[in-house]
Design a protein around this ligand. Structure first.
Ligand SMILES: Nc1nc2c(ncn2[C@@H]2O[C@H](COP(=O)(O)OP(=O)(O)OP(=O)(O)O)[C@@H](O)[C@H]2O)c(=O)[nH]1
Ligand SMILES: [Mg+2]
Length: 693
């Protein structure tokens, strides 16, 4: 075996055997020596196993704080000392990986049926707390499909099909509009494991009974903002009536803002819509026409595109004709159309939910199957600008931000929503990084250390990891506000460790001093040295004990300082001993006094040097830490820049395509406008280089 292979896969807590690995094992007839390694994540297990295989590479090592190995990996190599044996190395995924536990929690979607997400009561839109809580518990990436259209046109019925259920979103069987507000139903994605399919069913537009349709526009706009696939549902053909009904799309420019403060003067804000708008799917229900154009059969998509062709002319009527078409083409570059036959006999329509599939129109059943299959395979995860994928907590915040904006009379703004999200998540990322730092420091550092350098050497890689945790979990950190905050908190935490290191050391040294010098002090009290020649006798004993103290290990970096303080506190006592020693002449006592003072001066000098050294060390550390922040930030910004460029390229490609079509159709003016938009995007500046602290 050239390289290791996965033996047991661990996918979201589900263990499965890899048949390929089993086949390899089956072929080995030699006796096996099996060595397995188990332990906490990121502790060098894979590295050690590679050494057992006699290789530098093999089991993949991670260089980040994330656990690299998942499940159990196997590597069979010839036994290095037993020629007829095979050595089987089993490398396992790290235990206690925090990331894993949060990932595993995620798969729980507990929604037996739909719940109202945004209530529409008394012309007020209110986010429903219960639904928000359900959303916030789902940590998986979300594919969000919303349906919008006129009332009583079978929207809820179709959404139930997407949920794979006969019943769910409630249907009305009378002419009265049934669904109110926006309802949500989260189900496991039928084709993308680890993803959640979020279905948004909305209240029918233009219900005559409602009288006031003020919120219809908002329901339309919110559905566009929240979804990654937006289904517009209507009855019959795409005729002028259907287009007129779609006036909401032209009103989006007045309802949604992409940038909080549009810096563009020449180009309006809606030019940015295309970068975050969902895929547009038109569902035509009870469609009874033949799909033919100039005698040729056409697909539903071609039918949609034909219907979106513009008309020449400058009169009001032509303008009204062109406007919704232009908006759809400009805002929704990705478009799709599905037609559906009438599902059943008239008398069965009112109770469609209870009609067995076998009794439905065969064509309709096929069309629904084709439709659901497209939605499942083609709808992407809801993504915000900057490549930020939406999960439950993020969707929850989006709903709140948008609904609050509408309630307070502002326009929901895409950029603001992302910034709000970023603020919440970046604050949490700082917290997460600090927790990582503290946990690792407590685990890896044995206090007290012998030197400050030693403590800093341990601190450094852990600080890098903490920054990495932050960088990985944060986005759109405007002016590096949160990274600065992290920097400050890390300094605080580090200094707290430095202080603790000193405190622990001081306390320990004091204990040692008491143990070592205690008996001597006792003897002094007893008067053992209060006799001629007693002073030098005392000095001798003191020196011996000092030696003993110096040789005692584990004192930490406060050893000298504590000793000095101790002697200082005993100065008066030693002075008395010296003065009382009658065997010494005054001259000798004077000389001894000078020696003591010289020794003290020397000690003070040493202390000063120590202080300077410490200061230098801390300055170096500050610089190094700054460089680490900058390094990781620069990498992150590079990535973000690339992401942004890719997004821009995509937008430009869409706009170029539309521009070409407009030219072909003979709309020079419109084409020129698009050209301006493209130029504007091309000249928009990439995020500036990093400046922090
Ligand atoms: N003609 C026809 N009726 C349908 C179709 N699909 C569902 N229905 C029936 O139309 C009625 C309304 O269906 P719903 O799914 O509640 O319609 P809706 O668009 O959600 O209605 P509102 O929520 O009031 O906007 C029900 O009796 C359904 O059985 C369809 O494709 N064609
Ligand atoms: Mg409905």
């Amino acid at each position: 075996m050239e390289a290791p292979i996965c033996l047991v896969q661990n996918w979201k807590g589900q263990l499965t055997l890899n048949p390929e690995a089993i086949r390899i094992l089956e072929k080995i007839s030699q006796p096996l020596v099996v060595v397995a390694i188990v332990g906490l994540y990121r502790t060098g297990k894979s590295y050690l196993m590679n050494r057992l295989a006699g290789q530098n590479h093999g089991f993949s090592l991670g260089s980040t704080v994330q656990s690299e190995t998942k499940g159990i990996w196997m590597w069979c190599v010839p036994h290095p000392t037993k020629p007829t044996h095979t050595l089987v190395l089993l490398d396992t995924e790290g235990l206690g990986d925090i990331e894993k536990s949060t990932m595993e929690m995620t798969s729980e979607i507990n929604m037996p049926g739909p719940v109202c997400l945004i209530e529409n009561s008394d012309q007020q839109l209110v986010a429903n707390q219960k639904a928000l809580e359900i959303l916030s518990a789902i940590k998986q990436p979300m594919v969000v499909v919303a349906i919008v259209g006129f009332y009583r046109t079978g929207k809820s019925y179709l959404m139930n099909k997407l949920a794979g259920k006969q019943k769910g979103f409630s249907l009305g069987s009378t002419v009265q509009s049934h669904t109110k507000g926006i309802w949500v139903w989260c189900v496991p994605h039928p084709q993308k494991p680890g993803h959640t399919l979020v279905l948004l069913d909305t209240e029918g537009l233009e219900d005559v009974e409602k009288g006031d349709n003020q919120n219809d526009c908002w329901i339309f706009a919110l559905s566009v903002l929240l979804s990654s696939t937006f289904i517009y549902n209507s009855m019959g053909a795409i005729n002028q009536q259907a287009m007129d009904q779609l006036h909401y799309v032209t009103e989006l420019t007045d309802l949604i803002k992409s940038k909080s403060s549009p810096e563009q003067s020449a180009v309006d804000d809606s030019a940015n819509f295309v970068s975050f708008f969902p895929t547009f799917v038109w569902a035509l229900r009870d469609f009874s026409l033949e799909l033919k154009f100039n005698e040729n059969s056409i697909t539903p998509d071609e039918y949609l595109e034909c219907s979106l062709a513009l008309r020449q002319g400058t009169d009001k009527k032509t303008k009204r004709f062109n406007e919704p078409r232009l908006c759809i083409r400009k805002f929704f570059p990705e478009r799709k159309c599905f037609v559906f036959d009438r599902p059943a006999q008239t008398k069965q329509l009112a109770k469609l939910e209870t009609v067995p599939e076998g009794e439905l129109n065969v064509e309709f059943v096929e069309q629904v199957a084709e439709f659901t299959s497209y939605i499942f395979s083609s709808s992407g995860v809801k993504t915000l600008s900057g490549g930020i994928t939406v999960n439950g907590p993020r969707l929850q915040n989006l709903v709140l931000t948008y609904v609050n904006a509408i309630r307070s009379g502002e326009l929901p703004c895409m950029e603001n929503a992302v910034l709000t999200l970023a603020q919440i998540e970046n604050a949490a990322s700082v917290q997460k990084a600090i927790e990582h730092y503290e946990k690792q420091m407590n685990q890896k550092v044995q206090l007290p250390t012998e030197t400050l350098q030693e403590l800093l050497d341990l601190h450094r890689p852990i600080e890098s990891e903490a920054i990495e945790v932050f960088i990985k979990n944060s986005f759109k950190d405007v002016d590096q506000k949160f990274q600065k905050e992290l920097g400050e908190q890390l300094v605080e935490k580090r200094d707290a460790f430095i202080k603790k290191n000193m405190d622990v050391s001081s306390a320990r040294c004091s204990d040692f001093l008491e143990d070592i010098f205690g008996p001597l002090e006792e003897e002094v009290k007893q008067g053992t040295f209060s006799k001629p020649g007693g002073y030098y006798l005392f000095l001798q004993r003191k020196q011996d004990l000092e030696k003993k103290y110096n040789q005692t290990p584990g004192k930490g970096l406060q050893a000298e300082e504590t000793l000095k303080k101790y002697f200082e506190s005993k100065e008066a006592m030693m002075d008395t001993l010296l003065k009382m020693d009658q065997s010494l002449t005054e001259k000798e006592k004077q000389i001894e006094g000078e020696r003591i003072r010289a020794e003290a001066a020397e000690a003070a000098n040493r202390e000063l040097k120590e202080m300077q050294k410490k200061h230098e060390l801390m300055m170096e550390e500050k610089e190094r830490s700054y460089q680490e922040h900058v390094k990781q930030l620069t990498e992150k910004m590079q990535q973000e820049r690339e992401e942004l460029m890719a997004e821009q390229q995509k937008v430009i490609a869409h706009k170029l395509q539309e521009q070409e079509r407009l030219l072909k159709e003979g709309f020079q003016n419109e084409s020129r406008k698009l050209h301006q938009e493209i130029e504007k995007i091309k000249s928009s500046k990439a995020p500036s280089a990093c400046t922090i602290f």
